[in-house]
Write a protein that binds this ligand. Structure first.
Ligand code: HEC
Length: 191
């Protein structure tokens, strides 16, 4: 009796294991997991602007923001003249930390990260960039496949009210704060 019982338990276990295997296989087929898009060390990268970003912008209220970019991004090209176009190389990552308040203390941490990753041949790219929101408490990254982010960032490609304001209306590769331009910026109250 005992022997029969354990044999059937074992059979059930095997069936369960097989079902689990099939389930995880099916799940991995449905959505192949992407490797982490924004590496952990991004806070050691250089800033794209020295402007203090604590003034309100649409969608973010007045939460304090810090923008950093990987080294690759700083090799971007800029054509001559005020309307000379700007292009960032493939592999550029721009990561913007968003804090919970407009004036965080030295020990306060950002709650959210939004990022742009230049990947023109990726099917999920919009305007040549992947648009990512990362929940910093869980580490979960969500790729924005609609046009919510890119539609607003298209304003960076013409004159706009932020940072340098892009008065020449240069194509700026969807980036508002192009390094080196903000010397002409009126730092706050732009919006
Ligand atoms: C309604 C307009 C708007 C929307 C929508 C928007 N952004 Fe932005 N974003 C801005 C502005 C303005 C800046 C300039 C920096 C600042 O003041 O925070 C910016 C800056 C950034 C930057 C730094 C690079 C730069 O352009 O200077 C990143 C990265 C970024 N946004 C990611 C995102 C992602 C990802 C989304 C979608 C989830 C998104 N943004 C949606 C307006 C917007």
């Amino acid at each position: 009796m005992k022997r029969d019982g354990s044999a059937s338990n074992c059979g059930m276990l095997l069936a369960c294991a097989a079902a689990l295997f099939i389930a995880s296989y099916a799940a991995s087929c449905a959505a192949p997991p992407r490797p982490t898009l924004v590496p952990d060390g991004y806070r050691s990268w250089s800033l794209t602007t020295n402007v203090r970003l604590d003034y309100p912008i649409p969608g973010h209220e007045d939460r304090y923001r810090v923008i950093q970019m990987n080294e690759k991004g700083f090799t971007f090209t800029r054509a001559e003249g005020p309307s000379g176009r700007v292009d960032f190389p493939e592999g550029t990552i721009i990561a913007k930390d968003i804090f919970p308040t407009s004036n965080p203390g030295p020990t306060d941490l950002p709650v959210m990260l939004t990022a742009m990753i230049k990947a023109p041949s990726d099917p999920d790219a919009r305007g040549g960039w992947l648009w990512v929101i990362k929940d910093l408490s869980s580490g979960m990254e969500t790729l924005q496949k609609g046009d919510f982010c890119v539609r607003c960032h298209a304003n960076a490609n013409e004159a706009h009210p932020y940072g340098s304001k892009n008065p020449g209306g240069a194509f700026s590769d969807y980036v508002f704060f192009v390094p080196g331009r903000q010397s002409a910026a009126s730092s706050t109250g732009a919006y």
